[in-house]
Design a protein around this ligand. Structure first.
Ligand code: NAD
Length: 261
């Protein structure tokens, strides 16, 4: 637990499921006031809010599409109007779709880039603007992926969006370091969330993924939430511009395991 997170105002995009939900829950357990962003009512964001409130935490929900500038402005305004400020912005919302590149339409390309990369840009910009205006030494955390580093055939748009997030994060970290605003990146490997549900429903496909993970298991959303909480806490006060890989070793050339090569 990180006492420095108590009372902080944290906004998490795409927080009705998967990693975003686990991150929202973790911050609530830390005593933060959490803004849960969701895309549509079908996402049932009230379930996350209810779970948090049942455990004595504080959270509110706000609909918004992170690829839309006005929606992202609204999310940050909502945090400020509801809880008085914004200390931590977690740009987590993201989508992926398997499409061979020769069949990838411009619409599909744009949808992934606009959600994953433009969404992180808009969330970062709006949060940083608020932090600068109010002299808040806050923090932005972007959700990237091991595919900011590992090329991924059939997911060119996704890999490009995550590669973009890496340099967006590093650039913003440098740009705002002197204002005391830290900007960091998390790169999860394969984690058990709805984004992978279809693939992991097939035991062979799941085994193929596990074979790529030196630690030998698919990560849990809570293991990513723990990284986000640490990065947002004062324990990471001197950390900015990094990518924290939480991938069970996936980026460490698993084919070289057991002395091969
Ligand atoms: P998920 O599908 O459970 O969560 C994604 C969330 O984003 C959903 O709640 C969805 O409604 C929301 N969302 C999608 N488009 C949105 C939009 N335009 N505006 C607002 N919200 C929107 O999947 P997840 O695994 O929890 O993914 C969270 C993030 O983690 C994504 O950025 C994903 O790329 C990244 N990631 C996940 C894994 C993994 O293995 N699960 C690995 C690496 C990176």
């Amino acid at each position: 637990m990180y006492p420095s997170l108590k009372g902080k105002v944290v906004a998490v995009t795409g927080a009705s499921s998967g990693l975003g939900k686990a991150i929202a829950q973790r911050f609530a357990e830390e005593g933060a006031k959490v803004v849960v962003n969701y895309l549509t009512e079908d996402d049932k964001p009230e379930l996350v809010i209810d779970e948090i409130k049942t455990k004595g935490g504080e959270a509110s929900k706000i609909q918004g599409d992170v690829s839309q500038e006005d929606d992202v402005k609204r999310i940050v305004q909502f945090a400020v109007e509801t809880y008085g400020t914004l200390d931590v912005m977690v740009n987590n919302a993201g989508i992926q779709a398997e499409i061979p590149t020769e069949e990838l339409s411009l619409d599909n390309w744009n949808k992934v880039i606009q959600t994953n990369l433009t969404g992180a840009f808009l969330g970062s910009r709006e949060a940083i603007k608020h932090m600068l205006d109010h002299n808040i030494k806050g923090c932005v955390i972007n959700m990237s992926s091991v595919h900011q580093q590992i090329p991924w055939p059939h997911f060119a748009h996704y890999a490009a969006s995550k590669g973009g997030i890496k340099l967006l994060t590093e650039t913003l970290a440098l740009e705002y370091a002197s204002s005391g605003i830290r900007v960091n990146n998390i790169a999860p490997g394969a984690i058990d969330t709805p984004i992978n549900a279809e693939k992991f429903a097939d035991p062979e496909a799941k085994k193929d993924v596990i074979d790529l993970i030196p630690m030998g298991y698919v990560g849990k959303p809570e293991e990513i939430a723990a990284c986000v909480a640490w990065l947002a806490s004062s324990e990471a006060s001197y950390v900015t511009g990094i990518t924290l890989y939480a991938d069970g070793g996936m980026t460490k050339y698993p084919s070289f395991q057991a002395g091969k090569g």
